[in-house]
Unconditional design. Structure first.
Length: 176
């Protein structure tokens, strides 16, 4: 994942330099950092759910109970809402800052959101398969319909809506 680059208008997103100044319309917007962070955090949450199953965590003061609850929290709150917001903000800001007009910011934002959503959905599907085959108890703690809603539908919808919107607003702000 370290080498993933997405179509955009910036050759070096870490320095924040724009290719609009140099006239290069085919730069790259890096998504590897935020996407890797997001997936690694979800892996940590799933690891807690696998290592400390719900059946063994019935004592509220035990470390197993606490780690199980931390894993559940990582999966359901940041995994479904906060991490997609951060990734959409990251990509949208770079998209808007490095495009030449508002229409281009929307187009590049949509392309980046779809690309990130597809990469994320494939990654999370692989993680889910590994988690299900590694722990029978996880089926009780994380049913398929809950997993699909909280870890696929809500995050991908958030990316698809907010990435182009943030890119549009960033570009409009720069042009105002």
């Amino acid at each position: 994942m370290a080498g993933m680059q997405v179509f955009g208008d910036n050759n070096n997103p870490l320095q924040g330099t724009s290719d609009a100044k140099t006239g290069n319309p085919q730069g790259d917007i890096g998504i590897a950092g935020p996407l890797a962070f997001w997936i690694i955090m979800l892996l940590i949450g799933l690891a807690f759910l696998i290592l400390f199953p719900a059946g063994l965590t019935n004592a509220p003061g035990s470390i197993s109970f606490i780690l199980y609850k931390v894993g559940s929290y990582i999966i359901y709150m940041p995994g479904a809402i906060i991490f997609p917001l951060v990734v959409a903000l990251w990509i949208g800001m770079r998209t808007g800052a490095n495009t030449q007009n508002i229409r281009k910011a929307i187009d590049v934002g949509v392309i980046n959101a779809i690309y990130t959503g597809v990469i994320y959905a494939i990654s999370i599907f692989i993680i889910y398969l590994i988690a299900i085959y590694s722990s029978v108890e996880l089926l009780k703690a994380l049913p398929t319909n809950t997993f699909v809603v909280y870890l696929v539908i809500i995050p991908v919808a958030t990316l698809l809506i907010l990435t182009p919107l943030i890119g549009l607003l960033r570009r409009a702000r720069s042009q105002a």
